[in-house]
Design a protein around this ligand. Structure first.
Ligand SMILES: NC(=O)c1ccc[n+]([C@@H]2O[C@H](COP(=O)([O-])OP(=O)(O)OC[C@H]3O[C@@H](n4cnc5c(N)ncnc54)[C@H](OP(=O)(O)O)[C@@H]3O)[C@@H](O)[C@H]2O)c1
Length: 205
């Protein structure tokens, strides 16, 4: 697929690298093409550098991996997103997010023209996106949103990023729950001292 990666830091960089090596075409969209985080991503296969609007215009899927506090500004900068899928990976942490919204994804929906906005890749650390393996097991991923098409694409991209299963958590009403789940991981990992090398897998019997 043609994927615009907006936010080329820890999360955007980890996913762009995985997807490029799976054969996807990656359009890095940055604010300043001469000064941005993740310049080494250009060494990945079929990865190119663009302004944000150029990257979005050429892509079918847009990954937003930018700070929550910039959600409205970043969404406005995308240009026309009609017919494209937006995957939001951002989390409000310590209350720093778009004013008037319970989740980043709700703010994105309010300022974009596409109906296909889903939340995915927000519930674990970027280190787990770089390496999903824990011994013989692989971590799971989770997705939410009202767009069935968007969720199917995100699930495929979760598999391409190396996650085991990608569970459908529900519709747009679950965006806040997804961010709470991310804050649960942050709490366990960083506040309770378990470190970043922990992650979630659903066990069944
Ligand atoms: N870190 C994690 O483990 C983790 C895990 C899950 C989800 N998340 C979420 O993912 C998001 C990104 O986290 P990160 O750790 O990857 O951050 P990061 O490494 O600091 O990277 C942030 C990226 O966002 C870009 N950016 C900042 N403001 C922007 C704006 N107004 N418009 C467009 N791009 C902008 C930066 O661009 P420049 O290069 O121009 O500075 C940079 O490429 C956050 O919402 C975070 O909550 C993080």
């Amino acid at each position: 697929m043609k994927i615009a990666v907006i936010g080329t830091g820890n999360v955007g960089g980890a996913l762009a690298t995985k997807w490029a090596h799976k054969g996807h075409e990656i359009f890095l969209g940055v604010r300043d093409v001469s000064n941005f985080k993740g310049k080494d991503l250009l060494q990945n296969p079929q990865t190119s550098l663009h302004t944000i609007q150029e990257a979005v215009a050429q892509s079918e899927v847009v990954l937003l991996a930018t700070p929550a506090i910039t959600a409205i500004e970043t969404t406005k900068s995308l240009g026309d997103t009609t017919g494209k899928i937006i995957i939001d990976a951002a989390n409000i942490v310590n209350g720093r997010g778009p004013r008037g919204f319970d989740s980043v994804t709700e703010a994105i929906i309010a300022y974009t023209t596409t109906d296909d906005v889903v939340k995915c890749f927000n519930t674990t650390g970027y280190n787990n996106m770089k390496d999903t393996a824990y011994g013989e097991q692989t971590l799971d991923m989770f997705v939410a949103g009202d767009s069935p098409h968007g969720k199917l694409v995100a699930i495929d991209l979760a598999h391409d990023a190396g996650f085991g299963a990608c569970y459908d958590i529900g519709g747009n009403d679950k965006f806040d729950l997804m961010e709470q789940f991310a804050r649960f991981w942050i709490n366990l990992s960083l506040n309770q001292g378990h470190g970043r090398d922990i992650g979630f897998k659903v066990l069944k019997r």
